[in-house]
Design a protein around this ligand. Structure first.
Ligand SMILES: [Zn+2]
Length: 730
């Protein structure tokens, strides 16, 4: 039985012949994959794979051969392009069974099984560089031309239930078979091949503790079979849903959003510090209704301990989360932190015991023993990852695991993957090899850098520079619009990442743009609160915001402009440092602060007394803060000189008045950029290095001062001025 397009209630039927019929067979596979991946109820981000066996000419012989196109390792169905699919000669892939059968010991987790993975590359069709995943043999050994392997919540619920085999028969009759949990690989492909040989009319298999695999001879029919089987499972599960009594009913109530955010602002930096002792993590907060229903329930403590089931889920969530039994209505934040500290210590000890109990002689060394998912009643789920995208994926996966537990507990009893099996996935040598193949992390990976003044000029250049080093960048500026513009530029370059999770600001990508007025403590505080809600904390702050009020023709500036100059250039930087200090201290992690001063701080000259003295004060502020914030935070100053390029401090009339002052010839018809180049050229001639000073020059030093390369430097002012002897500090 199949459902008609309009009958689906639990999945979105998206296939459109008008689109598909214009595509070649490989593009139709890509199209089908994107449609399946677009619905979280069908599969999770990065999870599952699809394939098509397509007759194509051999590039050498021009003979028609069958090519297995299958989603490659590491791709994501929702966002997959043609380049994410591996292509293999089907006959060569199947012939590997001959080699496999010759091995003395074979079967799941044997040496020969892992050795087969390296051979897939030898079966590549048409030099396609995409690498096949460990699921490749599943697709190869099932004879049907189109195969979908998905991780649907409703089917995993059946597959993770105590009586999964009987439930499979009850839900699907004899249309769908069942295979017990087995780590994916060559042997599982053979197991499936045998199932189909015994029952040629099967449309699919429920994979114990894992998901669904199904097939058809036609791609649209395969898509419809996938949707139909998931719809059937979802309808079955729905019939048993426990409603208010889900997870044994509610034990705690959810905090109202305002109280929750207030708590998170104080909690997250503390928590980030606690989990980041070995490696820094970026946080994502997930507070949906289904997530809270689980965390607030009577059964949450018991089920959290059982852990996640689908291997895809737990590779990110770890085998289990840390659940803290804290009463949001009657207990204090201090009590929560104390419980978290104890909970984390117990979790790490438990993880080390799991590693010791399950490890093999050749297992990789123990990984970071901290939880990646923390559940707090009344508040929500907090996920941690090496970057924003990863922590969003982790939050997504545990949210899906909650949906699985809800359904499984309704129809039966939920069971997790046995610990040894979980270990053998987590510490699989093939997984380890995949980790080792990843490029080394960049200098500012796992860091959150707040750039104040990022809307234009040096700040904008700094935002781009630190993003290139892997930083998450909070672009802040008096102009919220300018800040958002820079953040959008960064997201365009680096992408939003994968992972569908994160509530409110926490659902962000690698950069956000926020408005701030650094002359107001409230505004600065609000900025850092938003930073904490978005990423869980912060590491480096770089202030480039500053103000230069041009004097009147007789060289004076009004008293109120003096105040404004000091409010921005001195007190503003102090307020930023003072408010960031609270976050740094809560985290207890090393950080850095860079303030932008000016060579004018050291050079006395007429016409800019307010600006110059404010920058001299800023230089000394650097030194005072270096002492105040030590040993946790390094504080250094960047002292630029006359960066004319793209600077908001050099509007056309200031450029013209400077050119006039220095007797540099110009014409009124010249563009502002041309005039700025002229002025920059003039300034360059006054320096020792005789070259114009660019935004990139300033951004480089702001980045370096924030990086580990300057880990032993604090309280210093570095001039980036091309070399001006009169500005030498002494
Ligand atoms: Zn899978």
């Amino acid at each position: 039985m199949t459902f008609k397009r309009e009958e689906f209630q639990h999945v979105n039927y998206l296939w459109d012949d008008a689109v598909a019929d214009k595509l070649d067979l490989v593009e139709r596979l890509r199209y089908r994959s994107n449609l399946l991946g677009a619905d979280q109820r069908i599969t999770n981000t990065g999870g599952g794979n699809t394939s098509a066996k397509i007759a194509q000419p051999d590039p050498l012989t021009q003979e028609t051969v069958d090519v297995l196109w299958v989603k490659g390792s590491g791709g994501d169905l929702r966002t997959a392009t043609r380049a994410n699919f591996a292509s293999l000669y089907l006959d060569k892939l199947l012939s590997l069974q001959g080699l496999y059968d010759q091995a003395e010991t074979r079967g799941v987790k044997t040496e020969i099984e892992d050795a087969m993975v390296d051979l897939y590359r030898h079966t590549t069709y048409n030099l396609n560089p995409a690498v096949g995943s460990i699921d490749t043999p599943l697709h190869g050994f099932i004879p049907a031309r189109h195969v979908d392997h998905m991780h649907p919540v409703s089917v995993i619920a059946i597959a993770a239930s105590a009586d999964q085999e009987a439930l499979t028969a009850e839900v699907f009759g004899d249309e769908v078979g069942w295979v017990p949990w087995q780590r994916p690989g060559f042997d599982l492909g053979l197991v499936m091949q045998e199932k189909v040989r015994q029952k040629p009319r099967l449309k699919g298999l429920v994979m114990g503790q894992h998901g669904l695999i199904n097939w058809a001879e036609d791609d649209k029919a395969c898509y419809e079979t996938t949707l139909t089987l998931i719809e059937k499972a979802a309808r079955f599960v729905e019939g048993f849903d426990k409603g208010q009594q889900t997870f044994g009913g509610q034990k705690y109530a959810t905090l109202d959003p305002e109280a929750r955010d207030k708590l998170l602002v104080r909690l997250l930096p503390r928590l980030r510090g606690l989990v980041s002792q070995a490696n820094r993590f970026i946080g994502t907060v997930q507070v949906t209704e289904p997530v809270l229903q689980f965390i607030n329930s009577h059964d949450a403590a018991r089920l959290a301990e059982v852990g996640t089931s689908c291997p895809d889920h737990f590779l990110r969530t770890k085998i289990k989360p840390l659940y803290v039994d804290w009463n949001p209505q009657s207990e204090s934040l201090d009590a929560l932190i104390e419980k978290l500290e104890r909970g984390l210590a117990a979790y790490r000890a438990d993880y080390a015991a799991y590693y010791q109990a399950c490890k093999h002689p050749n297992s990789p060394a123990m990984r970071d023993p901290n939880p990646t998912v923390i559940l707090i009643p009344g508040v929500g789920l907090i996920a941690w990852g090496k970057n924003k995208s990863e922590s969003r994926v982790t939050a997504e996966f545990y949210s899906l695991a909650i949906d699985v537990m809800r359904a499984s507990e309704a129809i039966s009893h939920y069971q997790g993957l046995p610990r040894q099996e979980a270990f053998d996935i987590e510490y699989w040598l093939l997984e380890e090899a995949k980790l080792k193949r990843q490029p080394p992390e960049k200098e500012l990976a796992r860091n959150v850098v707040v750039v104040i003044g990022a809307g234009s000029g040096i700040g904008k250049a700094v935002a781009h520079r630190v993003a290139r080093e892997g930083a998450h960048v909070v672009c802040a500026d008096l102009s919220a619009e300018g800040a958002q513009q820079t953040a959008q530029e960064l997201v365009k370059v680096y992408g939003l990442g994968i992972g569908v999770a994160g509530s409110g600001l926490s659902g962000c990508g690698p950069a956000i743009g926020l408005g701030v007025d650094i002359t107001s403590r409230e505004s600065v505080r609000a900025l850092f609160e938003q930073v904490v809600l978005a990423y869980g904390g912060l590491d480096n702050v770089i202030v480039t915001a500053g103000i230069f009020v041009p004097p009147t023709k007789d060289g004076r500036i009004a008293d109120d402009k003096w105040s404004l100059t000091y409010a921005v250039n001195v007190i503003g930087s102090y307020l930023v440092a003072d408010e960031a200090k609270a976050v740094w201290q809560a985290q207890g992690l090393k950080g850095s602060l860079v303030l932008t001063t000016s060579v004018n701080a050291a050079v006395a000259k007429p016409g800019s007394v307010a600006y110059d003295t404010s920058k001299a004060a800023a230089n000394h502020l650097v030194r005072e803060l270096a002492i105040e914030l030590a040993p946790l935070v390094r504080v250094n100053g960047l002292a630029p000189a006359t960066v004319v390029e793209g600077s908001s401090m050099f509007p056309r009339d200031r450029v013209i008045s400077s050119l006039t002052k220095y007797h540099v010839a110009y014409d009124d018809s010249e563009t502002t950029e041309a005039l700025r180049d002229k002025l920059a050229g003039f300034y360059a001639q006054r320096t020792l290095t005789k070259a114009p000073i660019t935004l990139a020059d300033q951004a480089e030093v702001a980045y370096l001062l924030s990086s580990s390369q300057f880990a032993k430097t604090t309280g210093q002012i570095i001039s980036v001025d091309g070399g001006l002897p009169e500005a030498f500090l002494r």
